[in-house]
Structure formats: C-alpha cells, structure tokens
Design a binder for this molecule. Structure first.
Ligand code: ATP
Ligand code: MG
Length: 475
C-alpha cells in the first residue's frame, strides 16, 4: 500500500489518520450522549413541574366543575400566570379550555375545545405523562408536556405545560463547544507528537541516504551528525564508522596506486635514458657494458616491484591458497635457515638459528611461512653491515613465536608500527639501501589473513632490530 512512499509520510499518515478518526468518533459519541442527556433533563424538569401543578389543581377544578365555585381555580390561575418558565393550558375532562396563557402555542378554538389529537394529550387521557416537541404557531420549536389532573383517582381534566426549546438547545451547544474545546488541543498535541516522532525517525535516515549519495559522488569526508543514543543514533554511528573505514580504504588505495606509479617511474626513466645512449654509434665499448649492466639492474628492480605488487594484490583480493592443512614448521624453518646462512656468510655476517624440533603444527601453508620468514631474513641481511643475524622459534600456550633479530642499522623506536605501511621506508636506511617498502606490508597482509600479528622493535639507529611473529597454533 505504501510502496514507493517516503518513510516520513509512511509513519505520519497512519498515525494522524488513526488519531483523527478515533478522536472524532469518540468526540461524536460523547457529544450526542451529552446532548441527549441535556434534553432529557430539560423534559424531566418540565414533567416534574407539571405533576406538581396538576396535584395542586385537583381540588380547585373539582370545586369549579361540581359546585360551580371558581374562586380557588382563579387564585390558582393567577399564580400560574406569574410563572415565566413555562406557559400553561388547563382543560376539563371534556377538553373544554378552562384557562391558558395566551401564546401557549396551541390554537384555542372559539368553542374552547382542544383536540384529543395532540399526542401529549392522548397520553394524558390514558392517565400517563405525555410529551412532544414540535414547532408552535410562530414556527418556534417547543416542548409540550401534558398530565391528567386527578381528584379521588378520577381524571377531572388536563394540564398542559409548554416551553421553548431554545434554552435547552443553547445549553446543548455549549456542551458541544466545551467538548471540542478540550478534545481539540489533545488531538493537536497527538498530531504534533506524531510529526515530531516521524521527523526524528525519518530525518537521520534521509540524511544517511543523502550522505551515501554524496559519498558516491566523491565527498568521502561527509559524516552524519549523531544526536541520539537510541537505535537510530547507533545506526548513524555505524554508518559513520563504515564511511570512515571506506574513506581510509579508498585513500590507501589511491596513495598505493600513486606510490606504485612513482616507484616505477624512476627506473623507467633510467631505462629510457640508457636505451637512448646505447643507440649512439660513437659509444665506447666499456661504457656500453656499464649501461647494459645498469639496465639489467633497473629491470630486475622493476620486476621485483611488480611481483611484490602482484603478491599484495592477490592477498588484498582474498585469493589465498590456504588449504587449512597443518604443516611442519620446524622443517620449513630449518630449510630456510640453511639457505639464508649461506647468503649471510657471503656478506660476512654470523648466522645463528635456534629451532626446536617439536614445534606445534600451524594452519598456514608452507609457502606463506616461507614468504614471511624470507622477507624478515632478507631484510635482516640487507640492513646489517656487521655483526650477525639470529632466527629463533619457540612455543607459547596458544602461539608459535618466530623471531628474527640482527645487529644492523635499526630504526627510531617510534617508527616501529609504520614500517608495515605500504611503501614506507625508515629514514635511517631509505637513502643508502635500495628497496620498495613493500616486503613488510606483504608480511602484515598475510598475517592479518590468519589472525596473526607482528611487532618490530629497535632501540634506535645502529642498535639492531628485532621482528617477532605471533602465529596462532592449529587447534
Ligand atoms: N631488519 C631491519 N633493520 C632495520 N630496518 C628495517 C629492517 N627491516 C625493515 N626495515 C625498515 O623497514 C622498511 C620497510 O621494509 P620492507 O621490507 O617493507 O621494505 P624494503 O625492504 O625497503 O623493500 P622491499 O619491498 O624490497 O622489501 C625498510 O625500508 C627499512 O627502513
Ligand atoms: Mg624488505
């Protein structure tokens, strides 16, 4: 029913409709009941008057009719004539008019006989109280009440009282006005509250939608202003958090691409220049060999960079060949140590390895463990000019620790965490020693995939460095 309708009207319309219809129905029922009660009260009042007057008329009418003595009756009529609240008409049992207030609203015929066809008189002739509401001769609505006048339980005549309906109608109108006066503010309050509630729910959601659209158009720094701690506030919070993460990711992605391009530009420029120089026929043969050497170095450098980038891209994409099979870490580490010992010794460095044979199995593929250890060991050799390198592994309750330490250039202690950022290279070594700043990023990315962590420690420049891997052991 509400398909395609905004959240705001969707909350508001049913709310307001229910309130209005319910409120108006209640008010109508209460109003009509009040109105009826007002008219009934009015009628009962006149009926009581009629009964009291009729009781006092019994004896005078008897005297008048049986003894032709009208003195008592005349006194009674004088009193009745002074009454302002109603008008009267008295008839004897044969419907001959005995007395009346002029303008009672009933045509009094010249023969002074009223008709039995008046509904209230019909009832009165049956010994009951009769009443009727109808327009009088001036077309003004009037209430008529008729009662029998009794003497010794016999009907002697009839008393008819009448009064205009207007005071009762005004009273009923006032009741209606009072009712509307009290119900209307409540209705408005409820409608106002629903406007407010619908607003508080719909506004942040509309904001979120607009923000998402703005973000989609490139405004990555947009955030929703959170005003509440309720579910909507928490949703906005979560949205802001997601926006922050996205922003970080997109910025990292962008700087990654620009860094990669930058890293490739320098060697490409060298390659271009050297190739141009090689086309010179006057180039001395010694120089040519030198340039060819240089070309080979730069191309190797670029090839390394590209393969590092490919490894990172593969990890980022989540294309990971982990088969979850437990591997023998001690064997892999020993194998790695054998290779790197030769490389270290070639550089005139000591190489120590302490690898217990009974290490617990890991659920990380052997190729990935090799990747981690190779990165750390190649760095240790690259960033150490004198002294030695040590590879150690040991078991903790839930972790397997692999540690590579060296006596090399080290880094500033506060740089430790940043070394794992893509393309970051420490200020102590970036100018003297070549590299891309990607090896440790690869280590970090692989570890993240397996819920493992790494930390880098150094006491300072030329104080050596220690890299420690914490790998969760297979259950
Ligand atoms: N053993 C170490 N001793 C001192 N500094 C280190 C060591 N290992 C890494 N670093 C610092 O961390 C930086 C990042 O290392 P990372 O392995 O990511 O890059 P890289 O060695 O410069 O280049 P590559 O991408 O070829 O590995 C290095 O540039 C260096 O400054
Ligand atoms: Mg490296």
């Amino acid at each position: 029913m509400f398909k395609g309708v905004g959240l705001y009207p969707r909350i508001l319309i049913p709310f307001v409709l229910i309130t209005l219809l319910g409120g108006l129905a209640q008010m109508f029922i209460a109003g009509t009941q009040l109105e009826r009660a007002t008219y009934e009260f009015n009628q009962h009042h006149l009926e009581t008057d009629a009964l009291m007057v009729a009781a006092s008329l019994g004896e005078p009418l008897e005297k008048y009719m049986e003894e032709a003595n009208d003195s008592d009756l005349r006194r009674a009529l004088v009193v009745l004539n002074q009454e302002k609240r109603y008008e009267y008409l008295i008839a004897d049992r044969d419907f001959h008019v005995v007395g009346y207030t002029p303008g009672v609203g009933i045509t009094v015929p010249t023969d002074h006989e009223v008709s039995l066809s008046l509904p209230e008189l019909t009832r009165a002739s049956q010994g009951e109280i009769g009443s009727d509401v109808r327009p009088d001769l001036q077309s003004v609505d009037r209430l008529f009440v008729a009662v029998p006048v009794l003497y010794d339980r016999a009907i002697l005549g009839y008393l008819l009282l009448s009064q205009p309906m207007e005071p009762a109608t005004i009273e009923a109108h006032n009741q209606w006005l009072q009712l509307i006066g009290t119900a209307a503010p409540v209705l408005f309050l409820i409608i106002f509250a629903s406007l407010w509630i619908a607003g508080t729910i719909a506004r942040p959601i509309r904001q979120m939608r607009n923000m998402a659209l703005e973000m989609a158009h490139g405004a990555l720094d947009k955030r929703i202003r959170v005003h509440s701690r309720d579910d909507i506030g928490q949703l906005a919070d979560a949205f802001n958090f997601m926006a922050g993460q996205l922003e970080q990711l997109i910025r990292a992605q962008r700087s990654f691409v620009s860094n990669a391009a930058h890293e490739l530009r320098t060697p490409l420029m060298t390659v271009k220049l050297r190739l141009e120089a090689l086309t010179d026929p006057a180039l001395a043969p010694g120089q040519r060999d030198l340039y060819l050497d240089e070309l080979q170095r730069e191309i190797n450098h670029m090839a390394e960079l590209v393969s590092s980038l490919l490894v990172l891209a593969r990890i980022d994409e989540g294309r990971h060949d982990s088969d979850g099979e437990a591997v023998d870490v001690a064997a892999i580490l020993s194998d790695s140590a054998r290779q790197w010992r030769i490389a270290a010794q070639r550089e005139g460095l000591r190489f120590e390895a302490a690898i217990p044979a009974d290490l617990p199995p890991l659920a990380i593929p052997s190729a990935e463990i090799r990747l981690l250890v190779d990165n750390l060991l190649s760095n240790a050799i690259k960033y150490t000019s004198a002294g030695g390198i040590r590879l150690r592994a040991w078991q903790k309750p839930h972790d397997l620790i692999i540690e590579v330490s060296d006596t090399g250039v080290g880094f500033l202690p506060e740089e430790g965490a940043r070394l794992f950022d893509r393309f970051y290279r420490s200020s102590t070594s970036r100018h003297e020693i070549s590299g891309h700043g990607l090896g440790l990023s690869i280590v970090q990315a692989v570890l993240e995939h397996y819920g493992a962590t790494v930390e880098a420690r150094s006491l300072g420049v030329n104080q050596g460095a220690t890299f420690t891997l914490h790998l969760p052991t297979a259950a």
